[in-house]
Design a protein around this ligand. Structure first.
Ligand code: COA
Length: 277
């Protein structure tokens, strides 16, 4: 039976009891995810991204069938500190989930050869990262996020994850995009190729983005995620609150603005040192 049908059959049972056979199916899914053979979302020939709900269903099954266990580091990774302040010992009986830290790539994520990961950073299950991409320090690649080739995820860039609901689209960052430092890109936002997201921009399903060049406003709808056009240069902006009381208080709200489309100047401002790759 194809993997998809096996996952769907297990999910359909709605049980918290799993057999060794079920675990084998989940291991097969992780194996396929690790190798990039299956993906949480895929781009179709018309350029639209669609979710593979069964893959997300399988990832969620992994959480349901997992049991707490010790996962200590090896003998090479060592730490030194004052003997008065040793690490507090923890055991699985405490029922706390402590996810392995530092730079971690969770099992079930595809990382293409040639990707550079600067510590600390974290890549969650179901994520897909294309070749030549740089994942800088303190960057997060959330569950199922799809990151293209030659992307720069700058320091502290947060790419949100999405596992539930299973048909919800993950964040997509297409090829050659630059995501500046301290950005937050969440809730299924699609950033089309070569776009530049300036440092500090936050994009969610509720964020309208004003395009000064094309004189239009981009928003998510109930069917479509927020989409940043190819080559757009987005910077953090503000817009005045229009409701009378807010206006009287002189308030404004955060509003990302597309100030231009990528040009030579942008390329010069965002060039990555080749030797780092
Ligand atoms: C977006 C970015 C790349 C600038 O792109 P650019 O094409 O060089 O932009 P320009 O300098 O031509 O600026 C275009 C306009 O936007 C304004 N602008 C550009 N970046 C801005 C920012 N971050 N905040 C506010 N205004 C900004 C400029 O002042 C200019 O306005 P003007 O036309 O009124 O003078 C840059 O702002 C940025 O965020 N870089 C990422 C830095 C970073 O995170 N590095 C990672 C380190 S790990």
């Amino acid at each position: 039976m194809p993997l998809r049908e096996q996952i769907e059959a297990i999910a359909k049972r709605q049980t918290s009891e799993f057999t060794a056979e079920d675990r084998k199916v989940f291991e097969e899914l992780k194996h396929a995810l690790n190798r990039g053979e299956v993906r949480a979302a895929e781009k179709s020939s018309d350029g639209q991204w669609s979710v593979n709900s069964w893959v997300k269903q399988g990832i969620l099954l992994g959480f349901r069938m997992g049991k707490l266990t010790e996962m200590s580091g090896g003998s090479v990774l060592k730490f030194f500190d004052k003997d008065t302040y040793p690490l507090r010992p923890t055991t699985s009986e405490e029922n706390i989930r402590i996810v392995p830290g530092g730079s971690s790539i969770r099992d079930g994520a595809y990382i293409a050869p040639g990707v550079v990961c600067m510590p600390p950073m974290y890549v969650n299950v179901g994520a897909w990262i294309g070749t030549g991409t740089m994942v800088d320090s303190h960057a997060l690649v959330g569950s199922c996020a799809q990151i293209g080739e030659r992307v720069h995820l700058s320091a502290a860039a947060q790419i949100g994850g999405v596992l539930e609901p299973i048909n919800a689209s993950p964040v997509v960052i297409e090829d050659d995009v630059v995501v500046g430092g301290n950005c937050g890109i969440y809730e299924g936002t699609v950033v089309r190729e070569r776009a530049v997201i300036g440092a500090g921009v936050v994009l969610t399903r509720s964020t309208p983005v004003y395009d000064l060049v094309r004189e239009t406003i981009y928003r998510a709808s109930s069917e479509q995620p927020l989409e940043i056009p190819a080559g757009a240069v987005v910077i953090p902006g503000a817009r005045a609150v229009s409701k009378p009381w807010g206006k009287d208080q002189g308030l404004s709200v955060q509003t990302p603005i597309i100030v231009k489309y990528r040009d030579d100047r942008t390329d010069a401002a965002t060039v990555l040192e080749e030797w780092l790759r």
